[in-house]
Write a protein of this length. Structure first.
Lengths: 102, 102
DNA sequence: CGTGTAAGGAATTCTGACACG
DNA sequence: CGTGTAAGGAATTCTGACACG
């Protein structure tokens, strides 16, 4: 709740590189492949969040396992769809339960 | 617990300035007056935490109330001593209670 | 005391490209 | 496809100083 530090985009790429152990080249490339979405300062400098650090470490693990960027992207989307599906089913059940009571 | 994002020093002064609304000049000055303690990158760039953002906003409030930097510093120290004192008393009471039982 | 500013330099980041495989 | 690197430029930050009050 309240101020969510984890998702505030405030960290520059140099620090992200240190935090993740990934080269700046890799980090920029994963953005090009739509795996990560930094914000930009008015001057054009990329800004990342702690959540991005976690995501990058996850990406790095999958790359090490021989996965390709498009597969990782597809996997993320599938996860999204699954959670949307879960939400939808949950809402449906709640509605059903609610309708029984009235 | 675990990873404490709040106290990781990863944010550069430009972002801190945006987040707090304070000029970079002020932020550097408060460091000179020992009110704030950024880390440094290998190249000498200052790095702050979200906790520092909170502290700076607190400092700014006190400055607006006409307080001077040395007074703010003294107040922080007093707070430290008070909490140390509380800790000490608490430990004392716990020890006393514990000693009664054996 | 607290803060703005101009100055010059150094560190940081950016993009597009070439290279290798 | 994924990543390193050299290149040139732009944005960011740093320090020490002068100014005002």
């Amino acid at each position: 709740m309240s101020s969510n530090y984890k998702d505030k985009k405030v960290i520059t790429i140099g620090v992200i590189s240190e935090l993740t152990g990934l080269s700046e080249r890799k980090i920029r490339y994963y953005e090009e492949r739509k795996l990560i979405f930094p914000e930009r300062s008015s001057g054009g400098t990329r800004k990342y969040s702690f959540g991005d650090v976690e995501r990058l470490i996850d990406i790095a693990d999958k790359m090490e396992d021989g996965m390709q960027t498009f597969e990782i992207r597809r996997m993320e989307q599938k996860k999204m769809k699954n959670s949307e599906l879960r939400d939808k089913m949950l809402r449906g059940q709640l509605n059903a339960a609610f309708n029984l009571r009235k």
